[in-house]
Design a protein around this ligand. Structure first.
Ligand code: ADP
Length: 188
């Protein structure tokens, strides 16, 4: 599915984020920044050791990356030029500010993209794997966070949600429809 928010193209696709040719891809990292499973492991495997080297440097100068924050590295062998590593919240029932931290993870990734001149960016579904955030709730927060950011900023040309299976793709498409901007290529 495809939509426009002002001049920003929004794409919902099923796929593997490591294969995307947007200028940046976002990694659902953990606070330690030293790699992990899921999408994090896939990005490091496909991108090669350069990404981990840069993460280690960030870790030694700035320390850990708290939930909701983001850092940027090169992308090693990937098609993208940058990996933006953001840390989503670990779901613990919803009373620990998880919704707001998830929103911040998307917003701070976009902020860092703009700061680095990145105009095209791919996101995975942050926190919905090992961190167990409920899928539909996470999808609603993700699409709203991106919508609110890009409607205020002309700096991003394309945001791609790259969803790993049909269920999560459907959840994101439905969340977009519920936000009230739905319809293929219909302007928002
Ligand atoms: P978290 O720890 O933030 O929950 P995970 O990597 O465990 O992160 O899962 C986040 C989402 O990323 C899940 O929906 C998972 O299916 C998906 N995912 C895993 N590998 C990839 C990939 N290569 N490309 C896109 N999404 C992926």
């Amino acid at each position: 599915m495809e939509a426009m928010i002002g001049n920003t193209k929004l794409l919902f696709i099923r796929g593997d984020i490591t294969e995307q040719d947007t200028r940046a891809i976002v990694n659902a990292a953990n606070s330690g920044l030293l790699g992990g499973g899921g999408v994090d492991g896939a990005i490091h495997r496909a991108g090669g050791p350069q990404i981990l080297e840069e993460c280690k440097q960030i870790r030694s100068t700035k320390g850990i990356c708290p939930a909701g924050q983001a850092v940027i590295t090169g992308a090693g062998r990937l098609k993208a030029d940058y990996v933006i590593h953001t840390v989503g919240p670990i779901w613990s029932g919803g009373g620990g500010g998880e919704d707001e931290l998830l929103r911040q993870a998307y917003a701070n990734s976009l902020k860092l993209a703009v700061k680095n001149g990145v105009k095209t960016i791919s996101f995975p579904s942050i926190s919905t794997g090992a961190y167990r955030f409920p899928r539909d709730r996470a999808a609603a927060i993700a699409v709203k966070a991106v919508y609110e950011f890009v409607k205020e900023s002309a700096a991003i040309d394309e945001v791609r949600f790259v969803l790993f299976n049909d269920d999560i793709l459907k959840a994101f498409e439905l969340a977009w429809e519920k936000l009230g901007c739905a319809g293929d290529s219909r302007d928002c």
